[in-house]
Design a binder for this molecule. Structure first.
Ligand SMILES: O=C(O)[C@@H](CO)OP(=O)(O)O
Ligand SMILES: [Mn+2]
Ligand SMILES: [Mn+2]
Length: 619
């Protein structure tokens, strides 16, 4: 049984504040995103309108050489294989990591947020080296968008914005910081977030700078509530991160600041659920962080992590919640009236639920028992439409004029579907981190409830079949022009590090693609099948030369995403003869897909979008 989301705010277009205008009119002219956007898309000279387009995103499905650690190659995937082998001019690879998706360096693996942002928005957001720091810092402090048309660069990447705000010190002058600072004299500052250098949700170096900064600005008592990673970084790396953090806290203590780790737990077990899949996860965090209650108590965080990791089958992602207690067994840092709280993750999806629990007066997702009167700020604003949280240290980027908004405004009826754990990827991230519909009359977003309380290697098929059936029905209904899905299997099961289960997952995703392609065949439509980043195609940590890296004579399983490119295939009976991939965009990436899809709907893409991947050859 599925659920149409009814709790989404509707028609929220243009509600974001845009107040950055240092150069008056000149600046205004450069701001394409503000007033005067022309939403009308020109007709494509050759491609017809009215074809049903299926847009399939295989989450965590990269392309790599076949070997025993490549679950996609190992799995039976006849449908995806046929796309690859079928028509060479209709299958190619696109870049899905590093600067191609707006990440700072080519060593940065892709992730769902930047991947779906790029797929949906058609432009690459933020290449650090091109940014003008002076403008940027104003932007950060003035909560608005900066668009430098001459560079075709839009400031977006959240981590980069946080980096710049920390480097300039401006983070400590903004509204959010001034708000929490009020509590420094008489209260405790609590920092809650993912302790990792993975760079997907948070970064340890940012936490270190934040700690140093608050130490210089009058904080008297700090408590850090850590969430261990093992998903964007190697399992077991939590130990080193805790050591690093403890060193930094010791430096604060030398300065007379009472600074300690107060609680912890694995990210998938404590706090970092998303899209309301399982509120128990957030509750476990609340109990430890706010109430100071957890099944495990330790006097020291390093010992906590080491001891809990030593349990059979334990890993960083799923460590149980623990609290740090003093010699009398009393928790060292529950959150109480008068305290300040900062959630330091910059990525939104897994912070929205905790933000709601910390901020909402009326809240019925679990019994909070005690709701302390606190000053709470997010590292970023996590949901621009919900205005959540109401205070934040760094203004989020604005990703505007996404392909979804253009298409809806040009009458394209859209259906989007995934299961809970990826539902926001094809809606919220796809639409530029915006919740809700652009036009509820033309759009329908369907969420299939995910299993909760399990790790997905236990159910590697997940809801792929159900998602495919929903998509099939939407296609066959002919009520939609675009049917967009995310198939989570390769990614969600890949993150468990369970190779056998990931092979099953990949097969299930392939079968789902087949169902959708068959439906497209029936209605004479078009399909686009691609992915958001790699994961399941490589499950082992490798050295620079590509050989599996051994530690104590053993291979190390890679639970994270990868740097691999992803496939994109187009086809279907609705594709007019001559449509093929161009060969003059060899370094094309995910951001080129939006223009491609807009073309397949019969329109020209906006001129500042990354170029389309397709052309129509004259025969
Ligand atoms: O699970 C997540 O939060 C991330 C990894 O940290 O994966 P994805 O970007 O695919 O959502
Ligand atoms: Mn993903
Ligand atoms: Mn992932």
């Amino acid at each position: 049984d599925t659920e149409k989301r009814t709790d989404l705010p509707l028609n929220l277009i243009g509600k974001r504040k845009k107040n950055y205008d240092p150069d008056g009119k000149k600046r205004e002219e450069a701001q394409m995103g503000s007033s005067g956007v022309s939403w009308k898309l020109a007709d494509h000279p050759k491609l017809p309108k009215g074809k049903t387009v299926a847009m399939v995103v295989l989450d965590g499905w990269g392309e790599a050489k076949p070997n025993e650690f490549n679950c996609i190659a190992t799995a039976e995937t006849p449908c995806m294989d046929s796309l690859k082998k079928g028509a060479p001019e209709k299958w190619r690879l696109v870049r899905a990591h590093g600067t191609a998706v707006g990440l700072p360096t080519e060593d940065d693996m892709g992730n769902s947020e930047v991947g779906h942002n790029a797929l949906g928005a058609g432009r690459i957001f933020a290449q650090g080296e091109k940014l003008r720091t002076d403008l940027l810092i104003d932007v950060i402090m003035n909560s608005c968008v900066m668009i430098e048309t001459s560079w075709s660069v839009i400031v977006h990447f959240s981590a980069k914005l946080v980096d710049l705000a920390l480097a300039s010190g401006k983070i400590f002058e903004g509204e959010g910081f001034n708000y929490i600072k009020e509590s420094f004299a008489n209260g405790t500052l609590h920092l809650i977030g993912l302790l990792s250098d993975g760079g997907v949700h948070s970064r340890l170096d940012q936490v270190q700078l934040l700690l140093k900064g608050v130490g210089e600005r009058g904080v008297k008592r700090v408590r850090v509530h850590i969430l261990t990673d093992g998903r964007d970084v190697l399992d077991g790396s939590s130990v080193g991160f805790v050591e690093t953090l403890e060193n930094d806290l010791a430096k604060l203590r030398e300065k007379g600041i009472d600074a300690k780790i107060a609680s912890g737990g694995g990210r998938m077990n404590v706090t970092m659920d998303r899209y309301e899949n399982d509120w128990n996860v957030v509750k476990r965090g609340w109990d430890a962080q706010v109430l100071g209650e957890a099944p495990h108590k330790f006097t020291n965080a390093l010992e906590a992590v080491k001891t809990l990791r030593a349990e059979p089958k334990a890993n960083d992602q799923y460590l149980p919640p623990f609290v740090i207690v003093d010699e009398n067994g009393k928790p060292v840092g529950p959150i109480v009236d008068g305290d300040a709280v900062v959630t330091f993750n910059f990525r939104a999806d897994r912070m929205v639920m905790i933000a709601k629990s910390l901020e909402y007066e009326n809240f019925d997702k679990f019994d909070r028992v005690r709701v302390p009167k606190i000053r709470y700020a997010g590292m970023l604003e996590y949901d621009g439409e919900l205005k959540l949280p109401s205070h934040y240290l760094v203004s989020p980027p604005e990703i505007d004029r996404t392909s979804g908004e253009y298409l809806v405004k040009n009458g394209v009826r859209t259906f989007a579907c995934s299961e809970t754990v990826k539902f926001g990827h094809v809606t919220f991230f796809w639409n530029g981190n915006r919740s809700g519909y652009f036009n509820a009359d033309l759009e329908e977003y369907v969420e299939i409830p995910s299993d909760s309380g399990i790790t997905f290697n236990e159910q590697p098929k997940m809801k792929a079949l159900q998602i495919a059936e929903k998509a099939r029905d939407a296609i066959l209904s002919r009520k939609f022009d675009q049917v967009r899905v995310n198939l989570p299997n390769g990614d969600m099961v890949g993150h468990t590090g369970d190779i056998e289960a990931t092979v099953v997952a990949c097969k299930a995703a392939d079968e789902a693609v087949k169902i959708i392609l068959d439906a497209i065949e029936q209605v004479g439509g078009i399909y686009v099948v691609t992915a958001d980043h790699g994961n399941a195609e490589d499950m082992v940590k490798r050295d620079k030369s590509g050989k599996p890296l051994l530690k104590d004579g053993k291979i190390q399983i890679l639970t994270s995403h990868t740097l691999e490119p992803v496939p994109i295939a187009i086809g279907g009976p609705g594709l007019i003869p001559g449509v093929r991939f161009r060969n003059d965009v060899p370094s094309g990436g995910l951001a080129n897909v939006a223009a491609t899809v807009i073309n397949l709907h019969g329109f020209e893409a906006p001129s500042d979008y990354e170029p389309t991947l397709i052309e129509v050859a004259d025969k």
